[in-house]
Design a binder for this molecule. Sequence first.
Ligand code: PMP
Length: 366
Amino acid sequence: MLIKYGLCYNSGVDIKKLIKPNIRALRAYQAEEIPCRIKLDANESPYSAISSQSGSTRTEQSAVSFKNNLQTLNRYPDPQATTIRKLIAKELKVKPQNILHGNGSDELIYNLISVFGGPVLYPGPTFSMYGIISQALGEKKVEVPLDNKFDLDVKKMLAAIKKYKPKLVFLSSPNNPTGNCFSEDRILKIIRQSKGLVIVDEAYQPFSDKKSFVPLIRKYKNLVILRTLSKIGLAGLRVGFMITGPDIINEVNKVRLPFNVNVLSQKVASEALQNRRQMKSDIRAIISGRKRLYKELSEMDGVIPYPSDANFIFFKVEDGNRIYGGLLDKGVLIRNMNSVGDGFLRVTIGTPQENEIFIKTLKQVL
Ligand code: PMP
């Protein structure tokens, strides 16, 4: 191939034709940066989880920690992420051998599908990465619609399990984008009847008053739980965890890249996990913001909000594209969920001020 002044002269190469058909047919995850004044589209926390100690501000604190950690950047990170695994194990009352760390829980979803393969089964609508990664890895994916309350349609799920014998079943509970937890007894039925793994993705569990499935890993060896620091104030770090038995952990560890969580992320995550006070009070603030926002939305004409156990609210309006565009024109970015159906939107809970501006702007646009 001849390259001159940055121009490529080998016109005989058709890149599109070189791409595997499953990748060519794939649509990338929608994660573009859209300029806005108020960002309520990505289910992040409006608060940074780096706590204030002895009077210093959160920003001062992170700056100090950042400077200290720059000194260790000549070394690779701890490949076993020992400290953060110990801390999360303690918090969840399991052993460090039950924890595997990921560069975000996205990476663990990728690793699980690489190790076990498909078919991969999940209800719909749900978190789009289960389908995107399955397709990227060339695995068969099966989506079963949720019932009319956005709960698992257990009959259809069990029938699909019987028919397709999925190696992996992904259940996001609370579910993104609908916001609700699935019924405990329905999840249990699926765990019990499945011959493959059932992954309960608890990315939003900290915002829910329903029980976590973590203690059940002792009882069901095909149960895997996913957790992340992304929704509780540390999305920028990219740190997620998988909680399950050592047999599954050992296999997934074979495909995990050795230094997947970098030095800075491990250090900042361990600081945040050692001082949970701030994180917990931020979670409480988000839950109370959600309650207020839900009430406001339900009192609005032409808006149907759905009950949420997460840090966002899924809602329906008549003309979703118009409302989404109208809000964005006024600087307020939410998530257009028109892939789910006409009129569906999702708003992340922000600070009380951000929520107020969202409500005020929504009223104007409506
Ligand atoms: N699971 C669910 C249900 C999610 O909504 C998200 C984030 N959108 C993730 C996992 C991925 O989180 P992380 O930032 O840990 O990769």
